[in-house]
Design a protein around this ligand. Structure first.
Ligand code: C2E
Ligand code: CA
Ligand code: CA
Ligand code: CA
Length: 273
């Protein structure tokens, strides 16, 4: 018998059992995926809002599973965190992103997502440093995206890691801003370089006055703290117009480009339109 939610007992839940078994199989596949070279990075362009200009890319990991096709990071990152694989996967992502970015025009930056789990092991600063040294990427071209959960436990230790990274010249962005538990208090703990406004607010613009007001408040707050703001998930011209009106600095979303493999990127650095 398995214990279900709310303390009730049920004897067999075939759906749950299937899900558990599925995760188990996927977890085993995940362990081999790195050695089998099944991961790849796709890069989504980030543009200045006005004038429109390419600033750089966010690296997003993909898993090309031999039988299941492309598996979303939303599915396998949590699994990698549970199994501890995130440490080698994260190191691979960082190394690969720095390596590829080093071949781009030098005004372009690359943003890499860090899992909170990666902060739980010593050596994150050393890892970043060695990736930069090995690839020759200038530190100011690398941005690391974290979520507020990094500042939830071990706040002092993690703030110290973030400060060491900033001291090297690396930029730190706070991802998914606005949807967490107590977002504002995190801005006191650490001087982020950038706030990434969560897609859920952008999606509701311009129809929702509330969403627009929140975006305006985040942008104003960010600017007064010396941070720049990125809007994520921008899909329509109407959203873009509304975000420009709220003085959001950077734009990322399907309107300007989907994540693409490195080989398909076209770096139109000086294009202004
Ligand atoms: P995120 O960091 O918030 O990344 C943005 C997600 O939104 C990406 O999904 C991106 O493909 C998607 N997106 C971008 N523009 C649009 C748009 O206009 N409309 C819509 N509907 N979606 C858009 P993706 O690539 O599936 O990644 C999901 C999440 O997985 C990421 O969310 C991030 O939390 C995590 N992730 C991805 N790559 C890595 C990685 O290398 N390391 C770690 N630790 N996490 C990663
Ligand atoms: Ca991100
Ligand atoms: Ca995000
Ligand atoms: Ca997210």
């Amino acid at each position: 018998a398995k214990r279900a939610g709310r303390g009730t007992l049920c004897f067999f839940d075939p759906d749950l059992d299937q899900v558990t078994r599925d995760r188990h199989v996927l977890g085993a596949d995940l362990r081999d995926a790195l050695a089998l070279d099944q991961f790849e990075l796709h890069y989504q362009p980030v543009y200045a809002a006005v004038p429109r200009q390419l600033i750089g890319y966010e690296a997003l990991v993909r898993w090309r599973h031999p039988t299941r096709g492309m598996i979303s990071p939303a599915q396998f990152i949590p699994l990698a965190e549970e199994t501890g694989l995130i440490h080698i996967l994260g190191a691979w992502v960082l190394q690969t992103a720095c390596h590829e970015a080093a071949t781009w025009p030098e005004e372009l930056q690359v943003a890499v997502n860090l899992s909170p789990t990666q902060f739980k092991r010593d050596g994150l600063v050393k890892l970043v440093q060695s990736c930069l040294e090995r690839t020759g990427l200038h530190p100011t071209r690398l941005e690391l995206e974290i979520t507020e959960s990094v500042l939830l436990d071990e706040t002092l230790a993690n703030v110290s890691i973030l400060k060491q990274l900033q001291a090297i010249g690396v930029k730190i962005a706070l991802d998914d801003f606005g949807v967490g538990y107590s977002s504002l208090s995190y801005l006191r703990s650490f001087p982020f370089d950038k706030l990434k406004i969560d897609r859920s607010f952008v999606t509701e613009m311009p129809a929702s006055r509330e969403a627009a007001a929140i975006v305006r408040a985040i942008t104003t707050l960010g600017h007064s703290l010396g941070m720049i703001t990125t809007a994520e998930g921008v899909e329509t011209q109407d959203q873009l117009d509304a975000l420009r009106k709220e003085h959001c600095d950077l734009i990322q979303g399907y309107l300007y480009g989907r994540p693409l493999p490195a080989a398909q990127l076209v770096h139109k650095v000086n294009k202004v339109s």
